[in-house]
Design a protein. Structure first.
Length: 434
């Protein structure tokens, strides 16, 4: 059964049949062969941008559409109701940090029709792939090398002649252009930088556009925070890792994983045991096993970690959130409320709960639980009664917080089926993402 993403792709290319575009980096037999993790790069006429966006929004089964507009491209993120995802890069100018590396009109004018698609010619497609990698200071990816090696001799000869003539190259094969340190690629880049559009007033105008784009990106590109809580053995680490991989590979999101707190301040025990040993000992701490019964000592420990939350949350915000990262917390402040003994703290729960008011509220908070017998089959660190009690207290807390914090999501999931849990988490992520 085709995903909603594949159905949409087929619809989309029929819907834009009368618009000017050139599909870039298309190296597949058909649109059905486009990998689930691949985006679609289209060179378009900038005057027709709204027509493309209208076609996208009219697609079926769309959960939401996010736009990231820059002067040279509009990134369109399409989220579908079945959890599939597609990113469309609608390019109107070949621009990398103010350097114009290709002429858009010539590629649009020479686009080649194939079935229901309009593709950049093989020569222009190769040129774009080559320059895209070079201006990003990287070697040409292996998948493109394999594709061009698979072309017929006549196709490779046509590309070879076009590239050598345009850039005045003395090379023997296209393979000599794939490594950025070789003479051929260096000469290609010199040609690009020497073009009139990359000099004088034109260069200044494009640099200003780049700066404006960068400022807008800094203002608008905000990430979100997702926390995962659960008793040991509820599958928290497995779900978190799967979410991280999904965000990176499928949704192409930058992610960072933090343990319990921002950790701007070191673990208290690192003073005695050193940082590495302290982190190891902390990870081995079991629920409800703290033996600290001193109120003063508990208060000092709590205030130390609380300061880390209060100050560290701004550090995390400026370092990660403002730069578009999705921050994933493996445990969060909720542990202090429900199981403070784990951190060797013994203080009244109402005080710890009240202090949450001043802590940053993540957009999505997930509490994972499972029947005691399943948890005990994974980890035998608690009794069945303790598992049930902790689970009940966490669920009660999440229900309470969910009612009092309408802007955040507090969800409890019976984590007995990996795929179902991931589906719920990702749908909550999509709804919460800006």
């Amino acid at each position: 059964m085709n995903s909603q993403r594949k159905i949409f792709i087929n619809y989309f290319f029929h819907a834009i049949a009368d618009l000017r575009y050139a599909y870039l980096k298309f190296t597949h037999a058909s649109t059905n062969d486009i990998p689930e993790t691949s985006d679609i790069d289209l060179l378009i006429d900038k005057h027709e941008l709204n027509s493309y966006l209208d076609c996208i929004r009219k697609g079926d089964n769309i959960e939401k559409v996010n736009l990231d507009k820059k002067s040279f491209v509009t990134y369109v993120s399409v989220y579908f109701t079945d959890g599939s995802y597609l990113e469309l890069d609608l390019i109107n100018r070949f621009d990398r940090k103010g350097v114009i590396y290709l002429d858009s009109e010539s590629i649009l004018n020479k686009a080649v029709k194939k079935d229901h698609l309009k593709l950049a010619s093989e020569s222009h497609n190769f040129e774009y792939i080559l320059l895209f990698h070079l201006v990003n200071n990287s070697d040409v990816a292996d998948r493109y090398r394999k594709y061009y090696s698979s072309l017929s001799v006549s196709d490779r000869s046509e590309i070879f002649a076009y590239i050598c003539n345009k850039y005045d190259l003395s090379i023997n094969t296209l393979d000599e252009l794939y490594e950025k340190k070789q003479r051929g690629p260096k000469k290609v880049l010199r040609y690009v930088f020497a073009q009139p559009i990359n000099k004088g007033v034109s260069k200044g105008i494009h640099k200003i556009r780049y700066i404006v784009d960068a400022i807008r990106d800094a203002i608008n590109s905000k990430g979100i925070t997702v926390t995962f809580s659960g008793v040991d053995g509820a599958g928290k680490s497995t779900i978190l890792e799967n979410v991280r991989v999904t965000l990176q590979k499928k949704y192409r999101q930058k992610t960072v994983v933090l343990r319990h707190r921002p950790s701007l301040l070191p673990i208290l025990s690192s003073i005695k045991h050193g940082k590495k040993n302290a982190e190891k000992l902390t990870s081995q701490n079991l629920p409800r096993q703290g033996n600290n019964k001193s109120t003063i000592s508990s208060l000092i420990r709590f205030l130390y970690y609380y300061v880390d939350y209060i100050i560290g949350q701004y550090y995390v915000y400026f370092r990660y959130t403002l730069r578009g990262y999705t921050v994933l917390y493996d445990r969060y402040y909720f542990d202090f409320i429900i199981d403070s003994k784990r951190s060797n703290i013994s203080l009244p729960k109402p005080i710890l709960k009240w202090c949450y008011y001043f802590v940053f509220k993540p957009k999505v908070n997930v509490f994972l639980y499972a029947p005691p017998e399943i948890i005990l089959s994974r980890k035998q660190e608690m009794s069945s009664n303790d598992i049930q009690q902790l689970t009940g207290e966490y669920r009660e807390l999440f229900e309470e917080l969910g009612k009092s914090n309408k802007k955040q999501r507090y969800i409890s999931i019976n984590n007995t089926n990996l795929e179902e849990t991931l589906s719920v988490v990702m749908k909550q992520y999509v709804k919460a993402s800006v």
